[in-house]
Design a protein around this ligand. Structure first.
Ligand code: GDP
Ligand code: IMO
Ligand code: MG
Length: 427
């Protein structure tokens, strides 16, 4: 089994990396998050934006799975299925865990109003109801996919959730209380369409692995957005690191063979929170434009910074990365030189590792090493030897400091624009 995760703050190009491996896979499992994710995959010039469905849905022969660790907005699910079917993509193989939680309408409302209430202390969430739905799960007030198939159970669960939430909505946020009947009716309206997809996906995946099938677990979000290992509280509400694949898919750690981390050649972040290498100058604007760095989900301009190898090494260590996919190297084609952050200075002290204290991370000043650019279009390169010497040197410099090999190098958005140096499926 392979786990594929993001090494930074998301949008590293996980969707493209999964798609690249697609024809060598039997299953692609989404194990965390929901439609806060946005993965863009470009196939033969056609662009696909996926939010809730695993990127493997675009590969014929792959069985896409929504694992128990995902939170599902049913309206978005069927919109996405209908959108792909209209473009000729077969979605009938999709499997959904009976234990995945459902994003109810009141949690979308609460996500938005609580962000407004936080004001300057807001997280900058995607407003999709992700945080409140995971909070309900931990509070044991959540609604699972399987609850939809028993109307009286569903009603009890919605009543339990709303008896508290309606107080919050009306007394704190000054919003109208939500009616149990309306929530139940909306959720029940999806039941007939949902039924054929739902099952015990952990069992199905276990059987598939026993048969020698190749399973890839694909993270939404990324290491520094992980609720435990990220820049808390400026994180998402799930485990986006490799360990999350075990709990979020129901697959034991002893089954994991490889961990692939997708690392963008520079850094981006959407939403609030610390970002040591952030750029507020013409280089940031330049990379945002050449890289089309606008959110796939919310359309927000992404904050941009230089590559940060303290973060890269941290991601290697937390996830046990065996292979890196370095993406968007082509976005540097126009630059004379490329600064790379190799350590931080905090109050006069050098830090080679992520500071344990978040205040220190807020105050971290990057220590850069500057590499020469190559000033050449590399989007047509298909082997490492095709790359100009300075681009090769850049990849080797980064690889030495990450502590794991760089097996894939991305040189353009298309499925074909890639250099594979090593097979990530072993060897
Ligand atoms: P994800 O959330 O990690 O799947 O990443 P997103 O899809 O949100 O953002 C990555 C963006 O970079 C998408 O628009 C991809 O098409 C694009 N992309 C991925 N790899 C490369 C690459 O190597 N070069 C270029 N130029 N674009 C890439
Ligand atoms: P992919 O899978 C980038 C960010 C939001 C916000 C924080 C919390 O495309 O890499 P949430 O709605 O999850 O409660 O918001 O997390 N965020 C992402 N940033 N890429 C993503 O997903 C993200 N998913 C959530 O911007 O800062
Ligand atoms: Mg994205």
């Amino acid at each position: 089994m392979i786990v594929l995760i993001g090494a930074q703050w998301g949008d590293e190009g996980k969707g493209k990396a999964t798609d690249l491996l697609g024809d060598r896979l039997d299953y692609v499992v989404k194990f965390n998050g929901g439609n806060n994710a946005g993965h863009t995959v470009v196939i033969k010039g056609e662009k696909y934006a996926l939010h809730l469905l695993p990127s493997g849905i675009l590969t014929p022969g792959v069985t896409p799975v929504i694992g128990n660790g995902v939170v599902v907005d049913l309206a978005v699910l069927f919109q996405e299925i209908d959108g792909l079917e209209a473009r000729g993509i077969d979605t009938s193989r999709l499997r959904i865990s009976a234990n995945a939680h459902v994003i109810a309408s009141y949690n979308r409302t609460l996500d938005k109003v609580s962000e407004r209430y936080l004001g300057a202390r807001r997280i900058g969430t995607t407003g999709r109801g992700i945080g409140p739905t995971y909070a309900d799960k931990m509070n044991r007030l959540g609604v699972r996919i399987q609850d939809l198939f028993d109307e009286s159970i569903l009603r009890q669960k919605v009543e339990a959730a709303l008896s508290f939430k309606n107080q919050v909505l009306s007394k704190i946020y000054n919003r109208q209380a939500v009616k149990v009947d309306e929530v139940v009716a909306e959720l029940l309206s999806y039941v007939d369409r949902l039924r054929p997809y739902v099952g015990d996906t952990a069992l199905e995946l276990s059987q598939a692995l026993d048969e020698g099938k190749v399973v890839l677990c694909e993270a939404g979000q990324a290491t520094l957005l992980d609720v435990d290992h990220g820049t808390y509280p400026f994180v998402t509400s799930s485990n986006a690191t490799a360990g999350g694949a075990c709990t979020g898919a129901g697959i034991p750690p002893t089954r994991i063979d490889r961990v692939v981390a997708v690392l963008k050649a520079f850094t981006s972040r959407v939403g609030e929170g610390p970002f040591p290498t952030e750029l507020h100058d013409k280089f940031g604007d330049y990379l945002r434009e050449v890289g089309h760095e606008y959110g796939t989900t919310t359309g927000r301009p992404r904050r941009i910074g230089w590559l940060d190898l303290v973060i890269g090494r941290y991601a290697q260590r937390i996830n046990g990365v065996t292979d890196f996919a370095l993406t968007k190297l082509d976005n540097y084609d126009g630059l004379d030189e490329i600064p790379v952050c190799v350590a931080y200075e905090v109050n006069g002290v050098r830090h080679d590792e992520m500071p344990v204290n978040q205040t220190d991370f807020h105050h971290a000043i990057p220590i850069f090493e500057t590499l020469p650019g190559w000033k050449q279009d590399i989007s047509g390169c298909r082997s490492f030897d095709d790359l100009p010497k300075d681009a090769q040197r850049f990849v080797e410099f980064v690889e030495q400091r990450l502590g794991a090999r760089i097996s894939i190098v991305g040189v353009g958005p298309g499925r074909e624009a890639v250099i594979e140096r090593h097979s990530v499926l072993g060897g």
